[in-house]
Structure formats: C-alpha cells, structure tokens
Design a protein around this ligand. Sequence first.
Ligand SMILES: [Zn+2]
Length: 162
Amino acid sequence: MIRKYLILILLWSSMAFGQAFDPDSAFHFLTKQVDFGPRNPGSTGHDKCADYLAQQMKKYAGNVEIQKFAVSGYGEQLRLKNIISRFNPGVRDRLLLCAHWDTRPRADYAERNKDLPIAGANDGASGVAVLLEIARQLSISEPGYGIDIVLFDGEDYGLVYN
Ligand SMILES: [Zn+2]
C-alpha cells in the first residue's frame, strides 16, 4: 500500500516539477536518515532524526510545527513528534502530502534477528526522502496553492498479528 502511494507521489511530483525533481537529492535525504540507525521511538536515532527532519523542513518551509505527543501502549510510554510543514499557510484550498518517518522496533518478518529494530530504508526513510525533495523544490519554485507536508511519527509501532 505504501509503495502505491509513493508511486503516486512520484508521478505527481514529476508532473508538478518536471525535470526539477532531483532523485539524487532525494536519495541523499534517504541515506541521511538511515545513517542515524534505527529510528524507532525511544532510540537515539529517533531523537537525532527528528531534529534533522525539523531542521531540514525549516530550511524549506516558512511554517513548521513540531507536534509533540505521548502515547501509552504495548506496556510502554512513547514520546512522539509529528513534523508539520505548511506552504502558503493562508491559502484555503490545500493538498496534504504525508509519510511516516519512524521505523519498526522489531523485524517481525525477518528470518533472523526478529527482535532487533529495522534499518528502515524503504519502510520509513524513502517516503520522507521524496517529501523532503518536494519541499526543497517548493522552496525554489513557490506553488500557487497551499501544501501541507506531514511527517508522521509512531505509525510503524505496534504488534504484528498473524
Ligand atoms: Zn511503514
């Protein structure tokens, strides 16, 4: 399901920005995230990546909100951060682009090391990398309409039931 949305976003962004969308830049944003290590809530990588994403978005969008919240569940208390960036915040008609930035705390479907967190290059970093590149393009070429980019936290937590 995530891959279908990614393809739609890529198609839309290539139509909206033509040749301006830079896949090398998007890939750079992906490797920057993965270099922090696993970004599951409570990890060091999670803290560092949240700071990085907020810092990057503040370069591109004039209006960035860090929405901090806590969630109890699975015997844990999670401290989470959604990163919300608004382009043309005064415009009523808006387009929402979103992806989750956190990564799974367990490699449920792996054949080994099932209890270790995943690196999250595809499931986590890839969607965010595309959105960071779109944000960078929006900072260069202002859209005539409102766009909100939300990087969700805590989306990939939870247990897998078989
Ligand atoms: Zn996911």
